[in-house]
Ligand binder design. Structure first.
Ligand code: CUA
Length: 173
């Protein structure tokens, strides 16, 4: 047993730890679809309900690429809408903003979990493989009614989805 021997062992242990951490990151990113929200888009919190980007809050809308966009406004102490119906097996893009304070947005039993910060639009895309009734909760303390701020996401093969008209604000082709 010389110094070299121990050094070699520690090198292998260190290498193993690094590989283990990379495996954790790889599994959570590619197998579980967990990734940080990176979308940065600003909005005036006082004008959320007049903003054209939140004009389709009532109905999930299919975009030209097949993704279904769901717009959600968070206000003390509710999600608007508080019942969201989407089909399973489709890319669902949530676009959310707050009209007042910081809220949370978590759909229990899915990888949907983000914060909703006033002044910004939070966005992420997910797929619900299993039909069912998912609980939507605000998991960021937002005031006295925080505990009552929840809704439902119903994943239903019969969900009604509107078709997006050509979007003039995105410019000509
Ligand atoms: Cu909104 Cu807690």
């Amino acid at each position: 047993m010389n110094v070299d021997f121990y050094e070699r062992i520690w090198m292998w242990i260190a290498t193993g730890i690094v590989l283990l951490f990379m495996a954790f990151v790889g599994v959570s990113t590619f197998a579980q679809g967990i990734r940080p929200p990176s979308h940065v888009e600003t909005i005036d919190p006082a004008k959320v309900f007049q903003d054209p980007r939140f004009s389709r809050i009532a109905t999930p809308t299919e975009l030209p690429d097949g993704t279904i966009e769901v717009q959600v406004a968070a206000i003390m102490f509710a999600f608007v809408p508080n019942e969201i119906r989407v089909p399973p097996g489709r890319r669902i893009r949530f676009r959310m903003t707050s009209a007042d304070v910081t809220h949370g947005f978590m759909i229990a039993g899915s990888n949907a979990n983000t914060m909703i910060v006033p002044g910004y639009i939070s966005q992420f895309t997910t797929v619900f493989e299993q039909p069912g009734d998912y609980l939507l909760v605000c998991h960021e303390f937002c005031g006295n009614g925080h505990h009552a701020m929840h809704g439902r996401v119903i994943v239903d093969p019969g969900a009604v989805v509107a078709k997006a008209a050509a979007a003039p604000h995105q410019g000509a082709h």
